[in-house]
Design a protein. Structure first.
Length: 424
């Protein structure tokens, strides 16, 4: 793969552009990388609506419906390290294109899965779709992280994740309007046909974007390749980087909380808001996504004035309080508190990612693949939350996310500084 920059190449094969030329050259690559975030945001936003949709149309329990989330995030758990190896071997552009191609194939598999009218084929299709998104996210997250000044990596990732939140916002809107609207479903030819049309269009859109990326000129490095820096602790292996290890664990628990919250959001709001329908619950999920979106842009601005660790600690503590209110099962109050949780979740993934991979030098790509693998933590909470929901009501299940947010608050307070001698 060619490396397109305006600079001479170093003996190690990495481009070292001038500051002015690099800033100009990085705008296009950064835009392509950020666009990837919108794609997996849309896929994830639809996932939580499908969870409730299959409970109703296929008559499955809350715990069984969680297998969609387990398939989705299980793909991240299993494939993030191989995706990181692919990224190291072939580069960012190749990884992004391969991820898009596999995701498009997974979306197309929803067409025969819907025709089978059984839950298991959907679980398999979701796994393939998520496998592509895993490769895509490993490539794009890492690319955004290194594509510029390392000190501004948390801001870049929060900006990119804002577009992810935009996709998450549109997912429930589309799903609620199509899957929970008898009129729309009938106009599209029934429940089976509506799923086939939605995911068929997604596949076409992904393929077109993949072609655009393939034709684009994407440099293999940004203003500074993290492998060329002399940074705190960079000479130590990852197994001896406690802030990184704590970051991976925290990221896994955070994703478990985020996924569990999304999976049972509609169940919670319909059980704790008398007369609310599933379609209205899906639209309320979009309100949460708006908070998530606004929170991402707000965090990007706040990080200009507030240290990332301080912001992460504050948001973690606030979400512990909010999820305890949700777990109390108060009519109308718990649903409103749950919507507010999304605003304070907004910065967590990007900030944990940036703090956990900071100061790792040449190990940044490898560390990033492990941090993306932590997204597989999404498999941790859906099933136990579904079981608690079946037995005691959806509100009780939200005690588990509260515990996860306590760990997030600890990581901002103490964990991100473990083993570091420089100020972070």
């Amino acid at each position: 793969m060619s490396i397109e920059t305006d600079a001479a190449h170093t003996p190690g094969g990495l481009a070292q552009p001038s500051a002015l030329g690099a800033a100009r050259n990085l705008r296009g690559p950064l835009a392509f990388a950020i666009a990837c975030f919108l794609i997996w945001g849309l896929a994830y936003g639809l996932l939580d609506v499908l969870n409730k949709h299959f409970q109703e149309t296929l008559s499955i329990s809350h715990a069984d419906s969680a297998w969609l989330q387990i398939a989705y995030f299980g793909a991240y758990l299993l494939l993030s390290v191989p995706a990181g190896l692919l990224l190291n071997a072939r580069g960012y552009k190749f990884g992004i294109v391969v991820g898009l191609g596999v995701a498009a194939f997974g979306a197309l598999l929803f067409i025969p899965a819907a025709g089978a009218r059984a839950f298991l084929p959907f679980v398999g299709s979701m796994f393939i779709l998520a496998a592509g998104l895993c490769i895509l996210e490993t490539s794009a997250d890492t690319y955004v992280n290194v594509l510029g000044d390392p000190a501004k990596a948390p801001q870049r990732l929060n900006l990119a994740q804002s577009f992810n939140a935009l996709g998450v916002f549109f997912g429930p809107l589309i799903g609620g309007a199509v899957f929970f609207s008898p009129t729309t479903t009938q106009a599209l030819g029934g429940a089976t046909r509506s799923i086939q049309i939605v995911y068929g269009l997604i596949a076409v859109g992904i393929v077109l974007f993949a072609l655009a990326v393939w034709r684009a000129r994407l440099p293999e490095t940004g203003l500074s390749d993290h492998g060329g820096e002399t940074v705190d602790g960079a000479s130590r292996p990852l197994s001896q980087q406690p802030h990184f290890i704590a970051g991976v664990i925290t990221q896994a628990l955070y994703l478990g909380a985020q996924v569990g919250i999304g999976a049972f959001f509609i169940n919670l709001v319909t059980q704790n808001w008398q007369g609310l329908t599933s379609q209205e619950g899906a639209f309320m999920l979009s309100l949460g996504a708006i908070g998530y979106l606004v929170g991402r842009f707000a965090a990007t601005a706040l990080l200009l004035r507030i240290r990332p660790r301080a912001l992460l600690t504050a948001y973690g503590v606030i979400n512990v309080v909010l999820t305890l209110i949700v777990a109390a099962g108060i009519d109308k109050v718990s649903p409103i508190a749950l919507i507010a949780v999304f605003f304070f979740m907004s910065t967590m993934f990007a900030t944990i990612f940036a703090l956990g991979t900071a100061g790792l030098g040449a190990a940044t790509k490898k560390a990033s693949s492990f941090m993306v693998m932590a997204i597989g933590g999404g498999v941790l909470l859906p099933w136990p939350m579904g079981k608690l929901s079946d037995l005691y009501g959806a509100h009780v299940a939200f005690l588990l996310p509260a515990a996860c947010f306590a760990v997030v608050a600890w990581y901002g307070w103490k964990g991100a500084g473990l083993g570091r001698t420089e100020a972070v």
